[in-house]
Design a protein around this ligand. Structure first.
Ligand code: UGY
Ligand code: MN
Length: 219
């Protein structure tokens, strides 16, 4: 990737597959750097492991595991001084402006279970929304925690697509008619209308971070 040096970039999901998002996992070596400027696509950066320094549109911050930054379109970014093996997950989406709304600002934040309300009255399920639920945003990124015994209350199917990565634990994911055992480090692309259901497995909670397109008319 131009401007991304001393790192390995795995492009997990991309438009070549028919997706409308890109998802990458970046593993940085010492001295690694991610330098660039967003253009038509906004980028969400989430630190999975390690730490590094971020300078986004002039704002500096050290980001450690569980912290993230949302970089809107047309902003400069620089990530540097990573600890060896730092891993960063990214979600990219071409931004669709909405008349009457301004483009969102840069936003820093972190994973925090205290900010994760219970999902659909089921106290084994918690979802933290990492981006504001506002019409200026056309993407959501959420962290979904399933405690032991937790499972989606129904088979979902919807127009929105998902890019997803497991951060902890293990689970069974049902996609259309196939059952997949999944665990920490695994990723899934769910195209629009893919039937989806999941249940946690094992003795610890399962946790995933996922992308979803939101708030725009279907084309
Ligand atoms: O937000 C969602 O659509 C979410 N409940 N889907 C999922 O976790 N597969
Ligand atoms: Mn869903």
């Amino acid at each position: 990737m131009p401007g991304w040096t001393n790192c390995t970039v795995n492009v997990i999901i991309n438009e070549q597959m028919g997706a409308r998002l890109a998802q990458t996992l970046i593993t940085l070596r010492e001295g690694g750097e991610l330098k660039g400027q967003t253009q038509a696509a906004q980028i969400f950066f989430y630190v999975v492991e390690g730490q590094l320094q971020a300078t986004i549109d002039g704002q500096e911050k050290t980001l450690a595991a569980g912290q993230y930054v949302y970089v809107p379109i047309e902003k400069t970014y620089l990530f540097q001084n990573p600890t060896e093996g730092t891993q960063v997950l990214t979600f990219h989406k071409v931004y669709e402006p909405l008349e009457g709304y301004t483009v969102p600002d840069v936003l820093f934040g972190e994973r925090d279970i205290a900010k994760a309300p219970i999902y659909m009255n089921n106290d084994a399920l918690r979802i933290q929304e990492l981006l504001p639920n506002e019409l200026s945003f056309d993407m959501a990124v959420n962290i979904f925690t399933y405690d032991m015994g937790g499972h989606l209350p129904m088979v979902e199917t919807h127009i929105m697509e998902h890019g997803l990565m497991y951060l902890e634990g293990q689970a069974i994911y049902v996609l259309d008619q196939q059952w997949y055992p999944v665990k920490k480090g695994d990723s899934i692309w769910m195209a629009p209308y893919c039937q989806q259901w999941a249940t946690t497995l094992g003795k610890e909670p399962s946790v995933y971070i996922y992308y979803k397109n939101v708030n725009r008319f279907p084309t």
